[in-house]
Design a protein around this ligand. Structure first.
Ligand code: SF4
Length: 325
C-alpha cells in the first residue's frame, strides 16, 4: 500500500501556511473520528455507484468503514454521482474514479500520490474537470483557489498532458450537506503561478523537516483548524496566550470587534488542549493537579439516541469525547 504523503493535497492549506506543521505532526497518531469514518463510507459508496452506474439506494443498510449506509447518506451520495455524470457530457469524455495521481512533480516528495475522487477528461472541450466529494456539513469548502484540487489538476495535466492540448481546468466541489456545488474554471496557463507557489512551500517544508519545526511554525485559524498538533504546538499556545493577555481591562467596542475574529483559533486550541489532557489521563500519564473522576449518574435517559448522536456529530467531537466506551 502506498504510504501517506507528508505533503498531502488534502492538507495543502496547512503546510502552505505552516511548513513546520509537517515535522510536528509527522509522528503523531492519526486518530480516526466518526466524521472521518462517515466520509470514508460515503466515498466508498460513491465510487461503487459510479463504477457500477448504480443508485446509492442499493447500499442502504450495508456497512462500510464501520458505518451503516442510511437513506439520507444514499440521497447525498446520489446528488454527488449525478453531478459527476453531468460533467461527463460527451460519449468520448473519459471518467476516472478514485484515481491515484503522482504528485511528486509538485511537492518533490518521492513516490507521493494523492487520490482524486473523480476526474473527467473532456477531449472535445480540451478541458480537465476535477471533482471532489466533501461529505462534511460543518465548514463549507469552496472550489475557487482550492489548493487540494489545484494539486490534483496539476498532477492530471502532468500525467495526461501528452494526449491532448488541454486549455482549461474545472475544479468542482460537491458538498451535498453544505451548499451543494461550488465550481471554478481556470486557464491551464494560469495554473503555473499556483504550481510555483506550491513548489516554494514544499521547499520550505523540506527545510523544516531537516532543521526542525521551530522556525517554520505559523499559527492561523485556516492553517491550524485541522492540525493534529494543536495541543502540543508551542507557536499556537504562545499566540493564544499573547492574544488573551492583550485584552485590556475595559474593553471598548472597537477592541471587541478586533478580538472577535481571533476567538475561533483560541476556542480550537482550548478544545484540543482539553482533549489531549483527557487522552493522557486515560492512557495513565500523569497530568499534575488533574485526575479523571466519574461524574454522578443522573436518572435521565435519552429519548432518541440517534438524534443525540447526530447532534454530537454536528459539534465535531472526537469519538473518545462522544462515547463512553
Ligand atoms: S497548530 Fe498551527 S501553528 Fe502549530 S503546527 Fe499546526 S498549523 Fe502550525
Amino acid at each position: 500500500m502506498a504510504k501517506h504523503a507528508l505533503m498531502s493535497p488534502s492538507s495543502a492549506e496547512r503546510w502552505m501556511c505552516c511548513p513546520g506543521s509537517v515535522p510536528l505532526t509527522q509522528n503523531l497518531p492519526d486518530e480516526s473520528s466518526p466524521f472521518a469514518a462517515e466520509g470514508s463510507c460515503a466515498h466508498e459508496v460513491a465510487a461503487r455507484c459510479l463504477e457500477e452506474n448504480q443508485s446509492a439506494s442499493i447500499f442502504i443498510g450495508r456497512r462500510f468503514h464501520d458505518i451503516v449506509v442510511t437513506a439520507e447518506m444514499a440521497e447525498h451520495v446520489d446528488a454527488y454521482t449525478q453531478a459527476v455524470r453531468d460533467y461527463r457530457q460527451h460519449p468520448s469524455d473519459e471518467l476516472l474514479i478514485e484515481v491515484a495521481l503522482p504528485i511528486e512533480v509538485i511537492t518533490g516528495e518521492a513516490d507521493a500520490r494523492g487520490t482524486a475522487d473523480a476526474v473527467v477528461l473532456s477531449f472535445g472541450k480540451q478541458e480537465v474537470s476535477v471533482i471532489d466529494l466533501k461529505y462534511g456539513r460543518g465548514v463549507r469548502v469552496q472550489a475557487e483557489q482550492n489548493l487540494q484540487l489545484i494539486i490534483y489538476a496539476l498532477a492530471v495535466l502532468a500525467l495526461y498532458g501528452v494526449i491532448a492540448d488541454w486549455q482549461t481546468v474545472r475544479l468542482v466541489i460537491v458538498q451535498p450537506r453544505a451548499g451543494g456545488v461550488s465550481e471554478w474554471v481556470i486557464a491551464v496557463g494560469e495554473l503555473e503561478a499556483y504550481a510555483n507557489q506550491l513548489r516554494l512551500a514544499a521547499e520550505r517544508v523540506r527545510q523544516a523537516l531537516s532543521d526542525g519545526p521551530t522556525h517554520f511554525l505559523n499559527p492561523g485559524e485556516k492553517a491550524c483548524r485541522w492540525c493534529r498538533a494543536k495541543a502540543i504546538c508551542p507557536a499556537l499556545s504562545a499566540q493564544v496566550l499573547k492574544d488573551v493577555e492583550s485584552i485590556p481591562e475595559t474593553t471598548p467596542t472597537t477592541e471587541i470587534a478586533h478580538l472577535l475574529p481571533r476567538l475561533g483559533l483560541i476556542e480550537d486550541w482550548c478544545r484540543a488542549l482539553r482533549a489531549e489532557a483527557e487522552r493522557r489521563l486515560i492512557a495513565g500519564i500523569s497530568v499534575p493537579g488533574f485526575k479523571l473522576v466519574e461524574g454522578k449518574k443522573g436518572p435521565r435517559a435519552w429519548d432518541d439516541p440517534t438524534q443525540v448522536e447526530s447532534l454530537l456529530k454536528s459539534m465535531r467531537l472526537k469519538a473518545a469525547e462522544m462515547y463512553d466506551q
